[in-house]
Write a protein that binds this ligand. Structure first.
Ligand SMILES: [Zn+2]
Length: 464
């Protein structure tokens, strides 16, 4: 956020605060606490609230009963950095600019990381000029604290601007699963003065590869099947075997159950601290995960439903609309407007999110990066853009043929229906929407990335 933006917004906030004070005149603006939980790498269809039958998410399912479940929610991207940037800014990847950048330019990871491979990972950090949810809330008087589990969430990449307290010690990121992350978040919550509203961010990272559910959570039938590096070679686009899939999914589900257990503790702490009743709690994934669908593993460079469709559960203050299920299409860019409306804040300029119920087209984007070409071959040497207007979903590549699916009849995106009127109409709509996106004037270079962050990114396979 720059000074001029800050000044204008300050005025808007004063006006918004004044308007909030009028109705009840209770003396202080009753702003609800805002708790945002991002479930890294968590597919919507692996939650009980979304129809999964394995019983691995009792706490998320209970939250769903106390809140609103958005059954048709999509991310704007299929990997952590751009997806979180969209959640935090209300903008699409093109507009916030925190994306892979294979075209060179001023800002790349390769400029700050030594070694040949780093020059091939070109991702821009979220620029300081962007206004984030945490900045908005902090300016409105919130105590802001972030507790993150994933390396792309490190302060170097710009996502944590606005959080006065940043618990993102990269030296412990890989070794800091949901239990310790939750302990630290609860400790912070306990230390906050009750009279100040808090904005808490927790980014749970457990379901992300490597899938190693802790003891007590590794009891699904195939969770202990030994996995070799070769088993993960399906990442390179080979078909997956039933044995591989069962082993991977059982481990993944174990990680989700572990995360769910500790999320339950976090929500319980809010109740104990008397912060539950009026709290706004938003739980969303940044993206999902592929387990062999379309011969793909993991995530990041494609836009099929298994990576793009995300769970979204919102528990409104006072339990308003508890148990409601909404079918309206929602993009993660709509979360900033949702929170701003709920707490009575004006939106920053340039926000592309819409109130739920007003969105007709969902847009997602994926930009080429050199590592994808090396890992996946020419299949993903391309930028991809997707437009979803229920029930139609179009995936357009800047090279080669578009793909069109009917999600109501073909949720697995198996039958490509491109080459018809529906494709042309949706393509025109998608181009119209994207013509309104405004890239940031200048993408900022990442600040120095610590050796520990670099090591974590290497372990996770993002860099070598
Ligand atoms: Zn992620």
């Amino acid at each position: 956020m720059n000074a001029w933006g800050s000044l204008g917004r300050g005025l808007a906030l004063v006006l918004a605060a004044a308007s909030m004070l009028l109705p009840g005149c209770r003396g202080a603006p009753a702003r609800p606490d805002v708790v945002l939980v991002t479930l890294d790498t968590t597919r919507a269809d692996h939650l009980g609230a979304y129809g999964y039958a394995r019983g691995t998410t009792p706490h998320l399912d209970r939250l769903a009963g106390e809140g609103v479940v958005y059954r048709r929610a999509w991310s704007t991207a299929s990997w952590t950095l751009p997806a979180h940037a969209s959640i935090f800014t209300g903008k699409h990847p093109t507009s916030h600019g925190a994306v892979f950048d294979a075209t060179g330019g001023a800002a790349t990871l390769g400029e700050v990381l030594p070694g040949k491979i780093y020059r091939r990972i070109k991702a821009n950090r979220l620029g300081e000029a962007e206004t984030t949810l945490a900045e908005l809330l902090r300016e409105a008087g919130y105590e802001t604290g972030a507790f993150v589990g994933g390396p792309w969430m490190s302060p170097e990449f710009g996502l944590l601007q606005g959080y006065a307290h940043q618990d993102a010690d990269v030296r412990t990121l890989g070794g800091r699963p949901a239990d310790r992350l939750t302990d630290r978040a609860i400790d912070w919550l306990r230390a906050q003065p009750r009279e100040r509203p808090v904005h808490l961010l927790v980014n749970y990272f457990d379901p992300h590869r490597p899938y190693h559910p802790p003891p007590g959570y590794d009891d699904l039938p195939h969770a202990r099947t030994p996995m070799t590096v070769k088993d993960l070679e399906v990442f390179r686009g080979k078909p997956i075997t039933a044995r591989q899939r069962a082993a991977l999914v059982d481990r993944y589900d174990g990680e989700i159950r572990f995360m769910d257990h500790h999320l339950g503790r976090l929500l319980e702490a809010l109740r104990e601290l008397g912060r539950w009743e009026d709290a706004l709690v938003v739980v969303v994934a940044d993206h999902g995960e592929s387990f062999g669908e379309h011969n793909l593993m993991e995530h990041a460079r494609w836009l099929y439903e298994e990576v793009l469709r995300v769970p979204l559960i919102v528990r409104f203050p006072g339990g308003r609309d508890a148990g409601r299920v909404r079918e309206d299409p929602v993009s993660v860019v709509d979360l900033l407007p949702l929170v701003a409306r709920e707490v009575g804040l004006a939106l920053p300029e340039g926000v592309e999110g819409r109130p739920v119920g007003e969105r007709e087209l969902v847009v997602a984007e994926s930009f080429r990066d050199a590592l994808a070409i090396r890992i996946l071959g020419p299949r993903f040497d391309r930028d991809l853009v997707s437009g979803i207007r229920w029930p139609w979903k179009l995936i357009v590549s800047d090279r080669g043929k578009a793909e069109l699916y009917r999600l109501d009849r073909d949720p697995g995106e198996r039958v490509d229906l491109a080459d018809g009127e529906a494709e042309r109409a949706l393509l025109a709509e998608l181009e119209r929407a994207r013509s309104g996106f405004r890239p940031p004037a200048r993408a900022a270079a990442p600040e120095a990335v610590s050796p520990e962050t670099r090591e974590r990114l290497r372990e996770l396979g993002y860099i070598e």
